[in-house]
Design a protein around this ligand. Structure first.
Ligand SMILES: *[C@@H]1O[C@H](CO)[C@@H](O)[C@H](O)[C@H]1NC(C)=O
Ligand SMILES: *[C@@H]1O[C@H](CO)[C@@H](O)[C@H](O)[C@H]1NC(C)=O
Ligand SMILES: *[C@@H]1O[C@H](CO)[C@@H](O)[C@H](O)[C@H]1NC(C)=O
Length: 376
C-alpha cells in the first residue's frame, strides 16, 4: 500500500510545531521562577540547628590578624551542629549575690522533669544555704561581681563554660535571684529547644544610655555604628554559648573600654553592651533581638519595677504571659518607642517565659498560683 506514507508526511510538520511551543513554555517557566522565587516555607521546623552558610559581613578595610583569627573560629563554631544528644537538656544558670528566695517555686517548676535540665548557681557574695534538693551541690566556683562591671560578664562566661562541659546541654538560660517562671516546664522546654534563634536582647539606642557610652578606643574592631544595647538576661543555644567563651578579642575591648567612670563622664556597663554588640556583628540573623525574661520599666526609674506580695495576682501573671510585642525606648530626647512583634521561627507568639523582679515576700502567692497560671 503506497498510501501509507501520506499521513506520515502530514504528521511530521505537526511535531515540528510542538517543539518550539514546549521550548517557549519551558523558557517562560524558568523566567517566572527566576522573577518570583518560591517562598521559603519555614514552619514547622524540626531541624533545630540548621547548618547555615554563614559568614559575618566583612568591614570595608583590611582585618587585623586577630580579627581574621576570631572570625574564622566563630564561623567554624556557628556552622558546626552540636554533638547529637540523646538526652537534650536546658542549663538553668542562676546569677545571684547569695540566697535564692524562689528555690521552692523552681522546685515545683522542675518537678517530674528530671534528666531534662541542669542547674548551675554562681553566688558572688556568699555561698547560699539551699532549701530545695534540686539546688543541692549545684554551686559552681564563683567570684565577686560588681554592678555594671566587667566582673558581671566574667560570671556569665564562668557559668557558660561550666554548663558547656555537659554535652547534653543545648540551651543556656541566665536567671537572677529575683526571676520566676511564667510557664510550666514543658512549655519552656519546647519553646527554647524548638527555636532557630537565641533570645538575646539587642537594639540601637542613639541616646545617652546607648551610643554615648561607646569609646573610640574600641576601634578598629568595634565601630560606633555597631555598638548595641540590651538586657543581660539571655537564653542562648549551644553554638552561641561557645562563641561567648571562645571570644577573647572583643571581650578584651569591652574589658578595657566599657566601664563606669571613663573619660568625659562616660559610664559604660559591659553587661548591657558586650553580648548585644558581639552578636550584632557576628551573627545578627541568629538572635531574636528580645529577651524571654519580662521586666517592667514603665515607671521610668533607674531600676525596673519590683513586685510586692500584694501585686502578685493571677491577673498580673496572665498579663505578663500575654505580651507578644517587644518594646524598646531610646534614651535620647525623642524617647522613640520601638516595637516589634515577638517572632518565634517567624510566628508571632507571646514573648516571655520568665519574669523579674519579685521580692522574696511574693513566694507564697506565686506558689499558690503556680499550677493555675502555668496551665498553658
Ligand atoms: C535582629 O536584628 C537584626 C538587625 O539588627 C536583623 O538583621 C535580624 O534579622 C533580627 N533578627 C531576627 C530574628 O529578626
Ligand atoms: C492587666 O492589663 C490590663 C490591660 O493592659 C490593665 O488594664 C490591667 O491593669 C493589668 N492588670 C494588672 C494587675 O497589671
Ligand atoms: C485561676 O485563678 C483565677 C483567678 O482566681 C480563676 O478565675 C480561674 O478560674 C482559675 N483557673 C483555674 C483553671 O483554676
Amino acid at each position: 500500500m503506497k498510501g501509507v506514507p501520506v499521513p506520515r508526511a502530514r504528521a511530521a510538520p505537526r511535531r515540528h510545531i510542538w517543539i518550539p511551543v514546549v521550548l517557549i513554555f519551558v523558557a517562560i517557566t524558568i523566567l517566572w521562577v527566576y522573577l518570583y522565587p518560591p517562598q521559603d516555607y519555614t514552619y514547622p521546623v524540626r531541624d533545630w540547628y540548621p547548618v547555615r552558610d554563614w559568614f559575618p559581613a566583612e568591614p570595608a578595610r583590611e582585618l587585623t590578624d586577630e580579627e581574621t583569627a576570631a572570625r574564622v573560629v566563630f564561623r567554624q563554631i556557628l556552622s558546626t551542629p552540636p554533638f547529637p544528644s540523646r538526652n537534650p537538656k536546658i542549663a538553668f544558670m542562676f546569677l545571684t549575690p547569695g540566697k535564692l528566695p524562689f528555690e521552692k517555686l523552681w522546685e515545683l517548676f522542675f518537678k517530674g522533669h528530671e534528666g531534662r535540665y541542669t542547674i548551675y548557681v554562681h553566688a558572688s557574695r556568699e555561698k547560699p544555704e539551699h532549701v530545695s534538693p534540686v539546688f543541692f551541690g549545684r554551686d559552681i566556683h564563683s567570684d565577686k561581681v560588681g554592678w555594671g562591671m566587667i566582673s558581671m560578664v566574667d560570671a556569665e562566661r564562668r557559668l557558660l563554660a561550666k554548663a558547656l562541659e555537659d554535652t547534653d546541654n543545648q540551651q543556656f538560660v541566665l536567671l537572677s535571684d529575683s526571676c520566676v517562671p511564667l510557664h510550666n516546664f514543658d512549655y519552656v522546654y519546647d519553646f527554647l529547644m524548638g527555636s532557630r534563634h537565641s533570645f538575646l536582647d539587642c537594639f540601637d539606642d542613639p541616646g545617652p544610655h546607648g551610643v554615648f557610652r561607646y569609646s573610640k578606643h574600641m576601634l578598629p574592631e568595634v565601630r560606633e555604628a555597631e555598638f548595641r544595647k540590651g538586657s543581660q538576661w539571655f537564653s542562648v543555644k549551644r553554638q552561641h554559648a561557645m562563641v561567648v567563651v571562645a571570644d577573647s578579642l572583643y571581650y578584651t575591648k569591652f574589658r578595657h573600654f566599657c566601664k563606669p567612670g571613663m573619660e568625659e563622664g562616660r559610664n559604660c556597663y559591659a553587661d548591657e553592651h558586650y553580648l548585644p554588640t558581639l552578636f550584632h556583628m557576628m551573627d545578627p540573623a541568629g538572635i531574636a533581638n528580645w529577651s524571654v525574661t519580662y521586666v517592667d520599666w514603665s515607671e521610668g526609674k533607674w531600676h525596673p519595677r519590683s513586685f510586692r506580695a500584694k501585686d502578685v495576682t493571677y491577673e498580673l501573671l496572665k498579663n505578663m504571659t500575654s505580651v507578644d510585642i517587644s518594646y524598646h525606648v531610646t534614651s535620647d530626647e525623642k524617647k522613640e518607642l520601638l516595637q516589634r512583634p515577638c517572632l518565634w521561627n517567624g510566628l508571632k507568639r507571646p514573648c516571655y517565659l520568665f519574669a523579674r523582679k519579685f521580692y522574696p515576700e511574693t513566694l507564697n502567692n506565686l506558689m499558690n498560683l503556680f499550677s493555675n497560671y502555668t496551665i498553658f
